[in-house]
Structures are given as structure tokens and as C-alpha cells.
Design a protein around this ligand. Structure first.
Ligand code: G16
Length: 545
């Protein structure tokens, strides 16, 4: 087609292999890096269209986050730093899968369906993680942007949430912060220092935290940030990428799913540790007790801590704000009960994927959203932020009110409201523990988790599994939900569900029950049901030892 000669030329340098079908899923496209060159080029093109459509800068992040090193992936970031609109996810899948000869036709179709004004300018920010494939794949994105005449800024190595932050800062003309790494480090660290400066009796021991950076980008960025923290937090960094393999036996996903400490980390009993994932958008905490037992504090525990802290501050200054917690089906039943019954907080459940939680959280004055895997943040409505601002500026307020108002304002500032951010979440959690003078054990004791287990089952085509009710029930294949219901009835305080993963080629199984043995047995039984009724491959799942 005559309209886009440069796209045509460049596209032929990033050809689509035959027989590859990929879906824009939970977190964009994810698969083996060798299959992604054409997808990256095409997402550069799509980001340029999206920028023209929204008249704003769009982000493109090259990462496969928690997946193994040989995978890679890409996700687009909308103007306010949020995930790509779901209408455009459909366009992404359409462009990524168009046959090589049909690519320009698909492009024209997206321009028409998306009502894109092609006379507008376009601007795209690009970031990448530390995978060896990320350099050439992010170049393919840049090629896609320039082929359609867009301008781009290549930020190089960034954590995913840092790129989300840059996009929002740029599109709000600096109102949210400065769109540079230095701006990000300064905003977060100054808020952290302000939050913790008046905490009484904070010893060096309490300021110490061990961080497992999953051998990923989080290690580089945490090192860069340390000098801004004025020694107010003493970080021992493990799995910094100098030796180990990305996400291999370490990182937030490993720790959460295996329920054990990452390799390569040494910690004394009682000390706090935390793990980031491969692109530093998730965080989980843990400690080992004096008997050597590992205790995990996951996204549910983090949400509860943050929610408790905020509600206390709101009560102290008399702010009447509508606070809610957003979770997914993976949330431990104990956390939901504690939030609803003891804290009297509204809890919403959405499908897996930060994009779903984020949208649900936007409906409240203050929406605390966390997936159990440690992916989450807090959103404040404009009205809530305005009320906090007014409190800070209230000249008639007494000292105590002023102090709490400032705590609230710095809490807002330490949070990256664009998306879950391991660095920002870590600073918030550390600040809360310091302010409340709370140990990790005291935090853990707020409520007790029900024993739970997550497993993966390989099937020929995971799309045969269809779910409903925020992924808590299966609609197809026929008979699977009935089997799960029967199995669950055989265990006390039990719950189980299955869903196709959007980032790996597996079906995920979750089970919780009153005892460890029961949770493990139920997870295995449900895995067998999936294997038998949903086309399992590679041998029946074995019982857990
Ligand atoms: C991504 C998403 C998360 C999701 C996770 C697992 O995390 O951003 O919201 O929980 O994948 O998704 P699934 O179970 O569909 O594979 P990350 O950290 O890998 O980007």
C-alpha cells in the first residue's frame, strides 16, 4: 500500500513467523523471546497510533517480569500511567497476528476502527529489563515507532513501574513529578525520609532490610536509589544479577509459589527480608523464626497493613473517606474475613491482572489493591488528595493534626499510583513499620493465613478453560466445576479454583484449607481433575511429597 512505504519496508525486516498466534493477555504479550521480534515492531507501530489517538505520550515496556530468562514480553502504557485500554488490547492482538502480507491492511483497519487522526504527532517512551533479548527487542519497538513517523525516547534499563511513572509525569506536565530517574528517586526518597524522621527509638537493627532482587533490574535501580535515602534504610542486596540467573530459585514469584526463602539470601532469625520480581513491580516480605520456620507476608498481608495504617490516620484527623481493598480469587480467605469482619472494610474481588484491580480501585476515595502475589498499590481520588492538601494547609490546625496531615501527604507522595511498584511499596511498608514501631512478627500476627497451595497443569490448549465470577468458577469444560465442588466438600474450610494463566502456557490451580496436608491434597486432586477433563499433557500430576 502506498500510504505507509516505510512501515512496509521496515516490517519486512521484522517478519512474522508462520503459525505463531499470540494474545495480548494478563500483562501484554509473553512467550519465548525468539518469537517476539515482529510483535515488538508492531507494538511500536500500535503505540504510535495510540499516542496519536490520545494526543499524549504512550509507554512501551519490554519485559517478561516473573517469567524465565528465555522468555520476553511487551506491554503498552496509557497516558496516565495505567495499563492499555482493553479496547486497544483487541487491536494489539489483531496487529500482532496479521500475516506478513496482510499487516498493512490490518493497520488500516485499526486506524479506522480506532478513529485515529493520522495528522497528529506521536511520542513514545520505551523501557526494557535486563534480559539478554531485551536490547534487540526494544530496538524493534523503536523501529516500529519511527516507521510510522513517531518520536521516541529510549529510557534504556528501567523497572516497569518506573516507565509507568515517567509516562504519567510527562503527560501531566510535571504535576505528578519529574519524568527522569532522578525525579523518581528524589520524590520517593524525600517522602520516605519525611515519613520516618520523627519516629521515636528507631534503632539501626530496625532500619535494616534484606532485599532479594531476583537477579533483575530492581537490583540496579535500588543501588542507584540508595544514595538518596540518606542512610535512613540499610539495604543488604542479594541476587543482584552479578552471578545468578533471572528469577531462578529467587524473586517474588518463586518465594510466593514455593513458600520458601530464595536461594542466595542469608538472614538471621527474626530479621525482615523481601523479594522483588524480575521487573520490580511485585514485592513479598518474609522472615524465618527461631525454629527455622519460614513465614511469608504476601500481597494480602501488605494490603492489610497499609489499610490499617491509613484508616488510623484518617480517624485521627477526622477524614471520612471511603476506603476499600481490591483482591483477586487468590486472596487468602483469612485476609478477606479479617478485612470485612474485623476491620469493616469493603472488599472487592476482580479477575487476575493489575489492570482489573486498578480500575476497581478507582471507584473509591482510597482504593488499596493487591494481588496475593505482591502486585499492587494504593489509589487516592482527586477529592481525597484535595482534602489531605487542605488539612496540611489549615493554619488553624493544632500541632497533632498538622503532624498527621503531613504523614498522610508524605504517604501519598511515597506511593507510585500508576501501578504496583516494588521499590515504592517497600518504602511505604518500611515507613509504616517504623512509624508504628512494629516488628515483622507483629505485622504477621494481625491475622493467620489459611494453608494454601498453587500448582500448574500443562494442557494441550489452555483456552478450553473458561471462567466466571471473577475466575472463581469454571464454565467449561463441562463437569470440571462439579468435580472441584465435590473435592472441596471433602476438606474443612476449603476453597479451590482453576484458571488459564495469561503469562505462561499453563493452567493455574489454587487450593486452601484448614491444614497444610488438606490444602496440598486438595490442590493435587483438583490438578488431576484439570488434567483429565481439560486435555492434560505430559503425564498425570504427582501428589506433593
Ligand atoms: C503479571 C500480571 C499480574 C498477574 C501475573 C500472573 O505479573 O501483571 O497481574 O498476577 O502476571 O498472571 P497469570 O496468572 O495470568 O499468569 P508480572 O509480574 O509477571 O507482570
Amino acid at each position: 500500500m502506498a500510504q505507509f512505504p516505510e512501515v512496509s519496508k521496515q516490517s519486512s525486516l521484522h517478519p512474522k513467523p508462520a503459525d505463531v498466534f499470540l494474545q495480548y493477555a494478563t500483562a501484554g504479550f509473553r512467550t519465548n523471546a525468539k518469537l517476539l521480534d515482529h510483535v515488538m515492531f508492531r507494538m511500536g507501530v500500535l503505540a504510535t497510533l495510540r499516542s496519536k489517538k490520545t494526543n499524549a505520550t504512550i509507554g512501551v515496556m519490554v519485559t517478561a517480569s516473573h517469567n524465565p530468562e528465555e522468555d520476553n514480553g511487551v506491554k503498552l502504557i496509557d497516558p496516565m500511567g495505567e495499563m492499555l485500554s482493553q479496547t486497544w488490547e483487541v487491536f494489539a492482538t489483531q496487529l500482532a497476528n496479521a500475516d506478513q502480507d496482510d499487516f498493512l491492511t490490518a493497520l488500516m483497519d485499526v486506524i479506522e476502527k480506532g478513529s485515529v487522526d493520522m495528522s497528529r504527532e506521536a511520542n513514545v517512551f520505551v523501557g526494557k529489563d535486563t534480559r539478554s533479548s531485551s536490547a534487540s527487542l526494544s530496538q524493534a519497538v523503536l523501529d516500529g515507532v519511527s516507521a510510522l513517523g513517531g518520536r521516541s525516547r529510549d529510557y534504556g534499563l528501567l523497572t516497569t513501574p518506573q516507565l509507568h511513572y515517567m509516562v504519567r509525569c510527562h503527560n501531566t506536565r510535571g504535576e505528578y513529578g519529574e519524568a527522569t530517574l532522578e525525579g523518581y528517586y528524589k520524590k520517593l526518597s524525600q517522602a520516605f525520609i519525611q515519613l520516618t524522621k520523627n519516629a521515636s527509638n528507631c534503632t539501626d537493627d530496625q532500619k535494616h532490610l534484606s532485599v532479594d532482587a531476583a537477579n533483575g533490574i530492581g537490583a540496579l535501580k535500588l543501588r542507584e536509589m540508595e544514595c538518596y535515602l540518606n542512610k535512613e534504610l540499610h539495604i543488604s542486596l542479594f541476587n543482584d544479577g552479578s552471578r545468578g540467573k533471572l528469577n531462578h530459585r529467587c524473586g517474588a514469584d518463586f518465594v510466593k509459589t514455593q513458600q520458601k526463602a530464595p536461594t542466595g539470601l542469608t538472614m538471621n532469625p527474626g530479621e525482615r527480608g523481601c523479594s522483588f520480581d524480575g521487573d520490580a513491580d511485585r514485592i513479598v516480605y518474609y522472615y524465618i523464626d527461631s525454629e527455622g520456620q519460614f513465614h511469608l507476608l504476601d500481597g494480602d498481608k501488605i494490603a492489610t497493613l497499609i489499610c490499617t495504617f491509613l484508616k488510623e490516620l484518617f480517624t485521627q484527623v477526622g477524614l471520612n473517606l471511603n476506603v476499600a481493598v481490591v483482591q483477586t480469587a487468590y486472596a487468602n480467605g483469612s485476609s478477606t474475613h479479617y478485612l470485612e469482619d474485623t476491620m469493616k472494610v469493603m472488599v472487592r474481588c476482580t479477575k487476575t491482572g493489575v489492570k482489573h484491580l486498578h480500575h476497581a480501585a478507582q471507584e473509591f476515595d482510597v482504593g488499596v489493591y493487591f494481588e496475593a502475589n505482591g502486585h499492587g498499590t494504593v489509589l487516592f481520588s482527586e477529592a481525597a488528595e484535595e482534602q489531605i492538601r487542605q488539612l496540611v494547609e489549615d493554619a488553624t490546625a493544632d500541632e497533632e493534626r498538622k503532624r498527621v496531615a503531613l504523614l498522610l501527604q508524605n504517604t501519598v507522595n511515597v506511593i507510585n499510583q500508576t501501578v504496583g511498584d516494588a521499590i515504592s511499596d517497600m518504602l511505604l511498608i518500611e515507613a509504616i513499620l517504623t512509624i508504628k514501631g512494629m516488628t515483622v512478627q507483629q505485622w504477621d500476627a494481625i491475622y493467620g493465613d489459611l494453608p494454601n497451595r498453587q500448582l500448574k497443569v500443562k494442557v494441550a490448549d489452555r483456552r478450553v478453560i473458561d471462567t466466571t465470577d471473577a475466575e472463581r468458577r469454571v464454565v467449561s469444560p463441562a463437569g470440571l466445576q462439579e468435580s472441584i465442588d465435590t473435592l472441596v466438600r471433602n476438606h474443612r474450610r476449603a476453597r479451590a479454583f482453576v484458571r488459564p494463566s495469561g503469562t505462561e502456557d499453563v493452567v493455574r490451580v489454587y487450593a486452601e484449607a484448614e491444614t497444610r496436608e488438606s490444602a496440598d491434597a486438595l490442590a493435587h486432586e483438583v490438578s488431576l481433575a484439570v488434567y483429565r477433563l481439560a486435555g492434560g499433557v505430559g503425564g498425570e500430576p504427582k501428589p506433593l511429597l
